[in-house]
Design a protein around this ligand. Sequence first.
Ligand code: GLC
Ligand code: CA
Length: 587
Amino acid sequence: MKALYLLAVAMLVLSALAWSAQAPAAPTSSSTDRKWWKEAVVYQIYPRSFQDTNGDGVGDLKGIISKLDYVKSLGVDVIWLNPIFASPNDDNGYDVSDYRAIMKDFGSMEDFDAMVKGMHERGLKLVLDLVPNHSSDEHEWFKQARSSRDNPYRNYYHWWPAEKGKPPARFSFFDINSDAWHYDAPTNSYYLHIFSVKQPDLNWENPKLRQEMYSMMRFWFDKGVDGFRIDVLPFISKDTTYPPLPEKYHGDFVRFYEQGPHLHEYVREMNAQVFSKYDSMSVGEGPGVDSVDVHNFVDPERKELNMIYHFEGTDFGYLKGSHKIPDPKGWSLPEMKKIYSKWDATFEEKGWGTIYLGNHDQPRMTTRWGNDAPEFRVYSSKMLTTFLLTMRATPYYYMGDELGMTNIKFDKIEDYRDLETINWYKGALQRGDNAGAAALLEGHKISARDNGRTPFQWDDSSNAGFTTGTPWLKVNPNHSTVNVAAEEKDPNSCLNYFRKLVALRKSTPALVYGKYTLLDEANPDIYSYSRELDGKKLLVMLNFHNTTASANTGTSLKKATLLVGNYGKPSADGKLRPYEAVVYEVK
Ligand code: GLC
Ligand code: CA
């Protein structure tokens, strides 16, 4: 059985190699132009939680180096690392105090060079996380800037002189009072921070700041990195006349912050001065970006970015205007289909999409979109893996999802480390809203970011093999069964299923470039679609619910070949069992 399985995987890998050896098509700008970053599977590593090697309870670069063979064994192509730059870690590295230095907790520049070398030797590409919208308040630039109004670095940030009165309201994501202006006594001014008070916004209207950023990006490219994921990119340009915030944005200010007046000018400049000079990959985080304005970023003719990742597919199912409190009515599969189908259609002619369900800002996909009850965990997580790897978009797959890791669901606020949950909780208490604080604590068992950040589960030892010390965030107790060591041994594990799906995608051009057609649209339980390219047709059917259901795809399965399924054999009556996933080749 195992030998057969290994043989199948080996064959998939071989055909993948054959496919990648073909010459890419002549350049045009249609969505089917071959590009390595369209064919890639991206694997995201949250370095803080991956592997600790010195017992301080924090993951490090040496830890990543020690696990490169594991990452390679998954079959993925690109590693995206969350920020690894010097940082006081108010927001785990998204508050950078030196863009050209490695965070002390993570190691040294020598470790970085060895890591890049180790990745490239294995044919893995490296994408770093660029944080352009804000720095840490401990960055030298900010220390200078706040020291006097005529300091040369003053203009690297956004200020409002207090003699003009209070600045027009701006909301902050992480501030306890949601206030994005912080009064800074030394210069009797307010500074802007749309994230935490320790993350002052950088002033992109200042050409000097922009040049600093581009030269820093070239510095990392010259050290061998292959691309950047760009944090909250659409926020970098601001209307610095600070008009009052229109009423309609008070509950939902993301859209207002997004796409400031000079945004695209800056992204084009970044492309001209940096990206265009390297065979690189660029992906912008796109809060607030919709399927219409995304083209302004990724239309190849505009020479801005390769890809954007949006939030429509992960933000729904929460109560509107709440701090990520799940809607007690749940979320609807037809709505999910609508969102993902719309985004597919967006790139039918031009541009290229992305798809993800988990990352460091999301809870575990199995808990949020599948079912983490013991009888459904494995099925539902494989089903979601099937979804991510069979859509027309570059999959961004989050570490630990290949094991079927689930939310830890902390009961106590003291267990949390993420400033988002902590500050929202404190804010509610400060407003005297005890019920709100309790609802937040309950809701965040499903939605909190720390659920996706618990240490990676290598084995069943006391800290899951992550550290010999005290982990910075608690390890999920289910590591006793959900871990790499156990799953390596089991041919039916989530881990081996992920490898199989990656190999299938890499050996099947129709899964990358093939046309997507939604089938059986109104089916409340099953998500079905076909993928077609050059006469090859695949049918994907995914049961998103915990009951058996029938699909009505209008496609006969008589001459169909099952390529992969999470139950082994499909059931004789053609129905899909709870969380069943099947991929057929149909004639
Ligand atoms: C992005 C990051 C998130 C961070 C925020 C501020 O959304 O993904 O982790 O907290 O930006 O930098
Ligand atoms: Ca460490």
